[in-house]
Design a protein around this ligand. Structure first.
Ligand SMILES: [Zn+2]
Ligand SMILES: [Zn+2]
Length: 231
């Protein structure tokens, strides 16, 4: 096992560049820019409440520590710069997301909505009609569990595959982080090309209406459809 710092930089650079460019392109579309303004206004109102800033701050700190350790200590031990065909990269990304979403579905449905962690998860469900900032209005225990599940799924795939292309992992991180943020935003973009993402966001908002609603997965609706919990 060797520490490939160049592949580590490529991974972090890919994630940061995609985040920057992706947001630049998205917000250059007037309809998306209007959504951002809407969410900013809603976020301001929430952050003015005393209960929001400490929780948001705690989650950002947990994220910074977990990602810092992952990007600078763990990932350079298994990422590489060996080229992979596009189909393989797409398959690697889809595999991690589908495996993660399956276990997240189980964790969300049976642990967060189960007797032991219901109180922990109830904090996030205080947001009945969420906006952007509510993606960070989560009990720290839940944040640690969700982040561990995602990073654990990546490491599980590495154990199976041996190593991982840095650019592929950068794209994977970008998709995961952006989906977990965007699914709490206020969004009314029912037409192409936003139809699918709009539907996914809407489903998560339905889940927030009360704790009895389904839609436990976050990446796709596949598992909710399979297990009959699509609301
Ligand atoms: Zn829930
Ligand atoms: Zn949520």
């Amino acid at each position: 096992m060797n520490y490939d710092w160049q592949a580590g930089i490529a991974l972090l650079g890919t994630w940061m560049a995609l985040t920057y460019v992706g947001r630049k392109i998205a917000f250059s579309i007037p309809a998306v820019a209007r959504m951002r303004e809407w969410n900013r206004k809603e976020d301001e109102e929430r952050l003015a409440k005393a209960k929001y800033p400490p929780i948001v701050k705690q989650n950002r700190l947990i994220g910074a520590v977990a990602y810092g350790l992952f990007f600078f200590v763990v990932a350079p031990l298994f990422v590489n710069l060996q080229p992979v065909p596009l189909w393989k990269a797409a398959l690697d990304i889809a595999a991690v997301l589908m495996v993660y979403d399956f276990f997240y579905y189980l964790m969300h449905r049976f642990l967060f909505h189960g007797p032991i962690l219901l109180k922990v998860h109830a904090l996030h469900h205080q947001a009945r009609d969420p906006s952007h900032i509510d993606s960070a209005y989560v009990h720290p225990v839940e944040t640690v569990m969700g982040t561990t599940l995602f990073l654990g799924t990546v490491l599980g795939m590495v154990a199976l595959l041996g190593s991982y292309n840095a650019f592929t992992l950068g794209v994977l991180f970008w998709i995961w982080v952006e989906l977990n943020t965007v699914n709490h935003t206020k969004c009314e973009l029912p037409n192409f090309p936003f139809k699918t993402i709009n539907r996914l966001i809407h489903k998560h908002h339905v889940h927030h209406i009360n704790m009895g609603m389904g839609n436990y997965a976050t990446i796709t609706m596949l598992y909710d459809r399979m297990f009959g919990t699509l609301d």
